[in-house]
Structures are given as structure tokens and as C-alpha cells.
Design a protein around this ligand. Structure first.
Ligand SMILES: Cc1ncc(COP(=O)(O)O)c(C=O)c1O
Length: 323
């Protein structure tokens, strides 16, 4: 992982959240100020809204794609800048190079969650980021059978994270380490296929008369496409979309018509997975909180697998014809 991310050092953790909490708890203490964005993974945002403030860390969450607002918040004082791109589930894109510069100008440690992109599609360290985090549970393992987390970056920072993780008992289990290493042997092959499949599916959905909006950074219509083109080698396997009619009944009917994918909360596996964030990844938020995060109640998150793209498109087409 150290080599894949071009890092000085790397360490592991029991899960993605084990890695994230080890980074945040080892690098922030009473009186510090952290800046992040509203669209980080649900568990991460709970760190910023609940656990860190309880320990005297001031946390500011900015609108995810408002780069000027993030820069202004950083300039007010920032010990740690925490970014994630593409985001979950609305697949927003953040300019890592631009914000890493702003973070360093304020003397901050700059951290990025690279789970959705993977090191095959994006290397945050080459864009100026100090520490990169992965939920290895997703693409790195790739088979939905192991939990794990990874942290890569500057050796002095990784050493602090390792120390915290060791004492707090978030060590990666041996069986998971074995499964993750085995999964990573096919990472590059899987990601190339998922990039290609997702692009073909996003193009199909974008022109389908029953689809309202498609969120995929590979599409020219995506607001973050220009930044994604600059900092990513491939646009990844994650997308989300809304159906015309915007009703939960319609979405449920559509999902039940899909036969070639799992209906689950997980993502990043060899199998295609579909789910509604309102009832899976963001079920813990209230409808008002989801609205504030810009997550439509009827949004469908679609994690593209390595199946044949034509089969997946036919499956989507059949399910859409039912609604
Ligand atoms: C972007 C991102 N980061 C971190 C995590 C947390 O990872 P884990 O489930 O391995 O704790 C997730 C989980 O969905 C995620 O999507």
C-alpha cells in the first residue's frame, strides 16, 4: 500500500473507521481546530460532530464543493484539514491540490480518504496530501469478505497513528490481512473493469427517459468533471442516480426489478450492489439532515462490479421499464 500510494510509510487498522479514528485522535487534541466538509462518510462526520468536540477540538464542516468557503475557514486557523473525494453518496469532487496548498499555508496536516477512488485512480500524496486513508473493506479487499483500514503518508505522522491504534486495540485481524492482501493482487484488473463498466452505465442512464439525474464524475455534465479529469486517472465504480417521479414507491419497484445485483449497504466489491442511502448508508440521519447534505430520499447508489457491462445495462433497462 505504501508503494501504491507513493508514501513514506503505511500502517493498518481493524476497519476504515479504525483508521479514521486513529488518525483524528492521534493528531488532534484539546484546543485544536479541524476543518472538513459536510459530505464525509457518515461515521467520519460523527467524529467531527460528536467525539472530537467532546475532547475540546473545534470542528468546522464546510459545503463540500465550495472551495472558497473551505479556504476561508482554513485561513481562520486549522490544525488538521480532512478531505474525501469522490464523496458518498452524491459523488462530489474536491480539488485536492488546491486545498492541500491552502491547508499547508495555515500549517495544517492535510488528510484525504481515498476509499472511493482507490490508488489505481488517484494518488492524493502526489497532489500534496500528507496522509491518505482507505477503508480496505471496500475496493482494496474487493470481495466483501474482510474488514480493514489503511493509513499511508509521512513517516512521522504514520508513527503517531500507529501508536494510537496499537494502544486503542484497533489492530487488523490476521485473517482479514490475508484476505485483503489476496484481494489486492487483482486490484488493478478489477478497477480498470469497474471504471469501464461504470462509464458505459452512466452514459446509458444519462440518456434514459425514466432517469432524472446521474451523479458520476466521468460524465461531462458532472459539476466536478473538470477537477476529476485533472486529478484522477479513472472515474471509479461508484455512481448514484434519481428516477423521474421522485417517489420511494417507484424506487422500490425499480430496485426489486434488478436481478443482477445485490441490494445491500456495502460497496466496492466484484459484485454490483445497489441501495438507497436513505435506508442504508445514511439511515441514521433524519430526513432533514439528509436534505441538508443534498441526499434525495429517492437517490439510488450503485456500486458497479466486474460483470459484463451489457448484462448490467440490460438489467437496468428491464428494471426501469417496470416503473
Ligand atoms: C469513504 C468511506 N470511508 C470510510 C468508511 C468506513 O470504513 P469501514 O466500514 O471499513 O469502517 C466507509 C464505509 O462505508 C466509506 O465509504
Amino acid at each position: 500500500m505504501r508503494i501504491l500510494e507513493g508514501a513514506e510509510a503505511a500502517t493498518s487498522a481493524a476497519s476504515g473507521m479504525g483508521a479514521i479514528s486513529s488518525v483524528l485522535c492521534s493528531l488532534l487534541s484539546n484546543g485544536d481546530r479541524a476543518v472538513s466538509v459536510k459530505d464525509t462518510y457518515g461515521g467520519t462526520s460523527v467524529m467531527f460532530t460528536e467525539f472530537l468536540p467532546r475532547n475540546g477540538v473545534e470542528c468546522r464542516l464546510c459545503d463540500t464543493t465550495d472551495h472558497e468557503a473551505i479556504e476561508a475557514e482554513i485561513a481562520r486557523g486549522c490544525t488538521l484539514l480532512y478531505l474525501e473525494t469522490p464523496t458518498n453518496p452524491t459523488i462530489k469532487i474536491i480539488d485536492l491540490e488546491r486545498l492541500a496548498k491552502a491547508g499547508h499555508a495555515a500549517g495544517a496536516v492535510v488528510v484525504a480518504d481515498n476509499t472511493f477512488a482507490t490508488p489505481i485512480n488517484q494518488n492524493p500524496i502526489s497532489l500534496g496530501v500528507d496522509l491518505v486513508i482507505h477503508s480496505a473493506t471496500k475496493y482494496l479487499g474487493g470481495h466483501a469478505d474482510a474488514l480493514g483500514g489503511l493509513v499511508c503518508g509521512k513517516a512521522d505522522l504514520v508513527k503517531k497513528v500507529y501508536h494510537h491504534r496499537e494502544i486503542h486495540g484497533a489492530a487488523l485481524a490476521p485473517m482479514s490481512a490475508y484476505l485483503l492482501l489476496r484481494g489486492m493482487k487483482t486490484l488493478s484488473l478489477r478497477i480498470s473493469r469497474q471504471n469501464e463498466n461504470a462509464m458505459a452505465i452512466a452514459r446509458f442512464l444519462e440518456t434514459h427517459p425514466r432517469i432524472d439525474k446521474v451523479f458520476y464524475p466521468g460524465l461531462g455534465s458532472h459539476p466536478g468533471h473538470g477537477i476529476a479529469k485533472k486529478q484522477m486517472r479513472g472515474f471509479g465504480g461508484m455512481m448514484s442516480f434519481t428516477l423521474k417521479g421522485d417517489s420511494l414507491e417507484i424506487v422500490k419497484k425499480f430496485l426489486s426489478g434488478l436481478t443482477l445485483c445485490h441490494k445491500a449497504a456495502n460497496l466496492g466489491a466484484v459484485e454490483t450492489i445497489a441501495g438507497i442511502p436513505a435506508t442504508t448508508s445514511h439511515v441514521e440521519c433524519t430526513p432533514e439532515e439528509r436534505k441538508a447534505l443534498g441526499i434525495p430520499e429517492t437517490l439510488v447508489r450503485y456500486s458497479v462490479g466486474i460483470e459484463d457491462a451489457d448484462d448490467l445495462i440490460e438489467d437496468l433497462s428491464n428494471a426501469l421499464s417496470r416503473v
